[in-house]
Design a protein around this ligand. Sequence first.
Ligand code: PBG
Length: 329
Amino acid sequence: MPGFPEVRLRRLRQSPALRRMARETRLATDQLILPFFVCPGSGVESPIAALPGVCHHSVDRLVEAARHARADGVGAVLLFGLPESKDATGSSAWSDDGIVQRALRALGAELPGLVKIVDVCFCEYTDHGHCGVLRGERVDNDATLENLARQAVSLAAAGADVIAPSDMMDGRVGAIRRALDQAGHAETPILSYAVKFASAFYGPFREAAGSAPAFGDRRGYQMDPANGREALREAALDVEEGADILMVKPALPYLDVLAALRRRCNLPLAAYHVSGEYAMLRAAADRGMLDYERALMESLLAIRRAGADLIVTYGARDAARLLAAGWSE
Ligand code: PBG
């Protein structure tokens, strides 16, 4: 094996053109997914304090914001709903007139080519803020499965292109797959939040979505951040149950899990660069501590390099704009 001085790795770093030629990983705008928070009313576009640059949108404004995002090259949107009312089971989540169902119909009518992904979960819809039906202080897994299936079918009927369950109940991918197939939605894919950790990085999202649990936490259903092997078991079960795409969430603190999954699994992989990951960049940039654009692009590139095909990020539109303008470090 030759070494220095015959080998000089700096040779290929001399110029922008050589660096671009030797570059192993690239970002593409059509693999970026932008989350939206849809709220009741009309004409609403109100900034979310915990997430700089992100707003609550009523359906009419959502359509306009999604139109701009798409014009900038963003491939897909991920929808979260803030319902008019909440109850113990989260029943507004499967109402055909629910907030996300209405958003789907409007987006479908106005922006037919846009990929509409929907989050399937109950924490935004229950009055206690947990991700399913309670029995005592625990979430009842199997009772929640029935409701998840209902929610998924209702969203597919309203025009969702991809169903993305994030609740972390056991068996939910299979339950949703069977319900979709029986209801005539055999062609609707499932993007499973297969590996979702009980993370402190969801903090800003819970303020944005009004979904903080009223008591306790989510450690009884979301994964222990210490567990890498268990993540592979979660992923394997979702593959068996019929998931079409697997997601790891959060992204940057779990790149090892993403890389391990990439080696073992041939499904497309997604990663969720979550609210806290994004908010950290914005907060540090606001204080002059780092350059938001460069830090965002480096983060997204790292997530791709570790093995993600798709990336959900609140910075999707910023990144798409930078890429369209020829971004290259
Ligand atoms: C649950 C859900 C959460 C996020 C996406 N789906 C929050 C949670 O599990 O508490 C977090 C996303 C983010 O932090 O950006 N429906």
